[in-house]
Design a protein around this ligand. Structure first.
Ligand code: TYD
Ligand code: MG
Length: 463
C-alpha cells in the first residue's frame, strides 16, 4: 500500500503542487500554498485526493452511499450532556453533543483554560474527560484545579503535543471528552512544517475531528485568537468544527462573555456571561445591567442602549469621543461594533441630520468589552456621537435603540417591547425608539417612550 504523502495546496484555487513555492502556478496568487497530508487510496477503491483529507471532518469510511427518502432516515435527537455550567450549556444550545467538536477561541489570559477545566471536572461523572495540555505543566493544571476546589477525580490529564501520541492515549483510555489546550501547540509527524504553523494546526485539528466522529468522543479545541482576529490565522478551523465559541472580555473588567459564532447544534448569538473571581469563573445568570459603566452622572458622549443578544435583553453603554483631528484624513475607530457601519452612519448623520464630523476624529466604544452586532446600536451610537460633539450629556436616565437607514429613517428592531420593559425595570425614565417599536400609550411603567421616525427628529429630542 502506498504511504501518505504531503502536497502543497493553494488556498485560492485549490491547485495541488509537489513542492512549496511563493506563487501558485495555476492562479498566480502569492503566498497561498500550504502543506496538506494526502492519505493513500483506501482499499475500498476511493481515489486519493486532497478532498479526502479536507473532508476529514465527516464520519469515517461510509458504505457506498444510497439514496434514501428523507422521512425514512433514522434520526436520533442528539443526546446532550450538561457541562454543569448553565451559561456554558446555553451557548452550546442546551449542552454538549456526543462526538461534537467545539472550538473555544479568545485572547490569551481571558479564561479559556479555567472555563474548560471547570467544565471537564464537572462533567467527569457523565463524560469522563482527558485534559491534554500543551501550554501548562500537569502540576500547573492540577494546582489550578485544587485552588478552585474542583473535584479532580475522574479527570485524566496528559502533557503532550504530538497528535499521534495523544490519539494513542485516547484510544487506550477511551474518554468521553477530550480538551486540547491549545490547538496551536499540536503537531503531527506527517508534516515537516514547524509546530504552530498553519498546516500543523489544521492537520492536527483535522485528526482530532476525525477521531471525534469515528468514536463519538466530544472534543473541545482551545484556540488563541491571533492579532488578525482569526483563530490560528486562517478561518479554516472554523469550517472543520461543529461549533465555534468566542470568549470575550475587556482587560480590567472581570466580566466575560461567551458567544457562539457558529453552532451546528444550536442558535448562534446566544450569550453566556461569567465573572472572573478568585475562585474561577462564576456564572452571571441575570446579566442585564452589568455592562453599564457605573457612573450614574450623565456624561457627554455616552448613550445607554438595550440590545438583545441571544434570548436576553442587555443594557449596554455606547461611548463616543469626537475631537478635532490633526489629520487630513480623520480617524474612525470602532471598538465593539463594526467599523464600516460607523463610517456609514456618520455619512447619514451628515446628510440627513445636518451634523458634520468630517474634520473630527471619531472613536466609539461599547463598554465592558462586549460586542454589539445588531443594527439596533445605530441610533444610540449617533446620539453618543452628537453628545460628544456638542459636549453635552443626554438627559439623565435616557435609553435608545433603533436602526438608522441610509435615507435617515429610523427603523424598528425585533422585540421592542421586551427591550422597553427591561429599561423600565432598571429605572430609566425616557426611551428614544423607532415609531414601530413604541407602544400606543407612550409610556411603559414610569418611563416615557419617545417615538421617532427620522434621524433629524431623534437628534432634536435627544439634545
Ligand atoms: P486562563 O484560564 O489561564 O486563560 P487562557 O487559558 O484563556 O489563557 O486564565 C488566566 C487568567 O485568569 C489569569 O490572568 C488569572 C485569572 N484567574 C483569576 O482571576 N481567577 C482564577 O481563579 C483563575 C483560575 C484565573
Ligand atoms: Mg490557557
Amino acid at each position: 500500500a502506498s504511504k501518505a504523502r504531503t502536497a502543497y495546496v493553494c488556498s485560492e484555487c485549490g491547485a495541488d503542487h509537489n513542492k512549496w513555492q511563493g506563487q501558485c502556478a495555476e492562479c498566480t496568487a502569492w503566498n497561498t500554498l500550504s502543506e496538506f497530508v494526502i492519505e493513500p487510496a483506501s482499499s475500498a477503491g476511493g481515489k486519493s485526493s486532497v478532498a479526502a483529507t479536507r473532508r476529514s471532518g465527516w464520519a469515517g469510511k461510509a458504505d457506498a452511499p444510497t439514496v434514501t427518502a428523507l422521512k425514512d432516515v433514522q434520526h436520533a435527537d442528539e443526546a446532550r450532556v450538561s457541562t454543569g455550567i448553565g451559561e456554558f450549556d446555553r451557548v452550546l444550545g442546551g449542552g454538549l453533543v456526543h462526538g461534537s467538536v467545539v472550538l473555544v477561541g479568545g485572547d490569551p489570559g481571558i479564561g479559556k483554560s479555567t472555563l474548560l477545566l471547570q467544565a471537564v471536572t464537572k462533567m467527569a461523572s457523565t463524560m469522563p474527560g482527558l485534559y491534554v495540555t500543551g501550554e501548562e505543566s500537569l502540576a500547573q493544571v492540577a494546582g489550578r484545579g485544587l485552588r478552585l476546589g474542583l473535584p479532580l477525580d475522574g479527570v485524566h490529564a496528559l502533557a503532550e503535543t504530538g497528535i499521534e501520541r495523544i490519539l494513542e492515549h485516547a484510544s487506550r483510555m477511551r474518554p468521553g471528552l477530550i480538551v486540547a489546550d491549545s490547538v496551536q501547540t499540536l503537531w503531527t509527524e506527517q508534516l515537516s512544517a514547524a509546530p504552530g504553523s498553519v498546516s500543523q494546526v489544521r492537520e492536527s485539528a483535522a485528526r482530532l475531528v476525525r477521531y471525534a466522529k469515528e468514536t463519538g468522543t466530544a472534543v473541545f479545541l482551545v484556540g488563541h485568537v491571533t492579532k488578525e482576529g482569526g483563530i490560528a490565522g486562517p478561518r479554516v478551523l472554523e469550517h472543520m468544527v461543529d461549533a465555534v465559541l468566542y470568549f470575550e472580555g475587556e482587560s480590567g473588567s472581570r466580566f466575560r462573555v461567551l458567544r457562539a459564532f457558529k453552532n451546528r447544534f444550536g442558535a448562534v448569538n446566544e450569550l453566556g456571561v461569567f465573572a472572573m473571581s478568585d475562585k474561577g469563573l462564576k456564572e452571571v445568570p441575570n446579566p442585564s445591567a452589568i455592562f453599564l459603566s457605573g457612573s450614574r452622572e450623565p456624561q457627554p458622549g455616552s448613550c445607554v442602549m438595550v440590545t438583545r443578544e441571544g434570548t436576553r435583553p442587555l443594557l449596554v453603554e455606547v461611548q463616543a469621543l469626537v475631537d478635532v483631528s490633526p489629520l487630513s484624513n480623520p480617524r474612525r475607530v470602532a471598538v465593539g461594533m463594526e467599523g464600516n457601519r460607523l463610517a456609514m452612519l456618520l455619512a447619514v448623520l451628515h446628510r440627513h441630520g445636518g451634523v458634520g464630523v468630517g474634520d473630527q476624529d471619531v472613536f466609539v466604544n461599547v463598554v465592558g468589552g462586549i460586542r454589539v452586532q445588531e443594527t439596533a446600536v445605530d441610533l444610540p451610537l449617533l446620539l453618543a456621537v452628537l453628545s460628544s460633539l456638542r459636549d453635552r450629556p443626554l438627559a439623565e436616565q435616557t435609553v435608545a435603540f433603533g436602526e438608522v437607514g441610509l435615507s435617515g429613517e429610523i427603523r424598528p428592531v425585533p422585540n421592542g417591547e421586551e427591550r422597553l420593559k427591561e429599561a423600565a425595570t432598571h429605572g430609566f425614565k425616557r426611551a428614544i425608539v423607532p415609531k414601530g417599536n413604541a407602544p400606543k400609550t407612550k409610556r411603559i411603567g414610569e418611563m416615557e417612550v419617545v417615538a421617532v421616525e427620522r434621524l433629524s427628529e431623534a437628534l432634536e429630542v435627544a439634545t
